[in-house]
Design a protein around this ligand. Structure first.
Ligand code: FNR
Length: 364
């Protein structure tokens, strides 16, 4: 089908499963152990129901906002994911072009298969990009990388901290990195990972000993805003803001790291209950399992500033390239607008905790 024929994100996943190469599908879809966290990421959203308000004038709706201090047409962004070229020869550049056309932000992974220069070259003049960093065991290499991405004009650094070591991703492990060796030349970091799959093949440089002391180090090396991605409990959210970072992302890496890590939506709810002051004062983002406009709206009601999506863009890129990435945004845009209208709000700042309730039973 054409991108315009699909009307929700689950359909895109179904098509991707049929169309992607075995290696691409296995790497993209792969999750840790028995996939409890992967499924819980989405299921957690189903435990929140709306308390909609009616009889408000809702014909004029605005979804625009600022994320990470940068303008965005929607409260969503493309979360950094490795190896988009496994799905399509233009890889991350497709997502960059789509983000530019739709007016949203994109995080470029430290393990992207297009170079940062390639992505910068296809972005629009007014478009901003964020760089996702893994600290290298060799800090001098990290420092050189930071200088490079600063000079190219990246607007923020997202430091990912939930992947100290690769999770046990069995689907990926079984395909053993398959056709990774055929990846385009821009990606030169890897072999086939000693038969442990793509994840192991690309992550060898990452430092498992990254710790809180590295935050002041990073701050001393860059003036760019720092976002910590991969916070999974209230205590670490507190710790992160004490360390002076600009924002945090509640994330468990899309269920790819520690199975039985809680759903980010559950962590957000706990943060909302225990430390509403932190959410008031700082920017908190969330990613993992977001597949509907209503998921986005629920997270915003509980105080999230914005929501990241990973796999939907990987799948759509693998099936249709740039047009697929745009379609993901368009579907969410329509769902977010309709959801807002039916909740009785016309701008994102009207989303508030009273518009959702936690329902402690299994979804229908
Ligand atoms: C990721 N993610 C990720 N995160 C990151 O900081 N750096 C990276 O290189 C990657 N690579 C990556 C590859 C693949 C194949 C996936 C699926 C995910 C995690 C990503 O940014 C995000 O946290 C999750 O994808 C969110 O979950 P959903 O939207 O995929 O359910």
């Amino acid at each position: 089908p054409s991108p315009s024929a699909v009307i929700n994100l689950d359909e895109i996943e179904d098509i991707a499963k049929k169309v992607l190469t075995t290696t691409a599908w296995a790497y993209y879809r792969s999750t840790a152990d028995d996939e409890n966290t992967y499924y819980e990421n989405s299921a957690a959203y189903k435990r929140f129901w709306f308390r909609p308000r009616v009889m408000n004038k809702i014909s004029q709706v605005s979804t625009s906002t600022t994320l990470f201090g940068l303008p965005s047409s929607l409260p969503i962004y493309i979360s950094p994911t490795a190896l988009m070229r496994l799905g399509h020869p233009d890889g991350e550049m497709n997502a960059t072009r789509a983000a530019g056309q739709e007016g949203i932000l994109q995080g470029i992974s430290n393990n992207a298969s297009c170079s940062t220069e390639e992505c910068m070259a296809v972005k629009r003049p007014e478009q901003h990009l964020i760089f996702q960093l893994y600290l290298n065991k060799d800090r001098a290499a990290s420092e050189a990388l930071i200088r490079n991405i600063e000079s190219q004009g990246f607007k923020a650094i997202m430091l990912t901290v939930d992947a100290a070591v690769p999770g046990k991703r069995e689907l990926d492990q079984r395909t053993k990195g398959g056709d990774l060796k055929d990846m385009p030349a821009a990606f030169g970091k890897s072999n086939t990972g000693g038969g442990l799959g793509v994840s192991h093949a690309i992550s060898g440089y990452q430092d498992p000993d990254v710790c809180w002391d590295d935050v002041p180090w990073l701050k001393s090396r860059t003036k760019l805003p720092i976002i910590i991605k991969g916070i999974q409990c209230v205590e670490d959210a507190e710790r992160a803001f004490e360390s002076g970072v600009q924002a945090i992302v509640l994330s468990n890496h899309g269920g790819r790291e520690l199975d039985f890590s809680p759903a980010p939506m559950t962590v957000l709810y706990e943060l909302h209950q225990r430390r509403p002051d932190l959410i008031q004062k700082h920017e908190v983002y969330i990613d993992g399992g977001v597949r509907r406009g209503t998921d986005v709206l629920k997270a915003l009601c509980l105080g999230a500033r914005g929501v990241g999506l990973g796999r939907p863009f990987l799948y759509a890129n693998g099936v249709w390239g740039e047009e697929g990435c745009r379609r993901v945004v368009q579907i969410l845009r329509e769902e977010i607008i309709t959801g807002m209208q039916l909740m009785g709000v016309t701008s994102l700042d009207q989303l508030r905790p009273e518009l959702v309730q936690y329902v402690d039973r299994d979804p229908p």
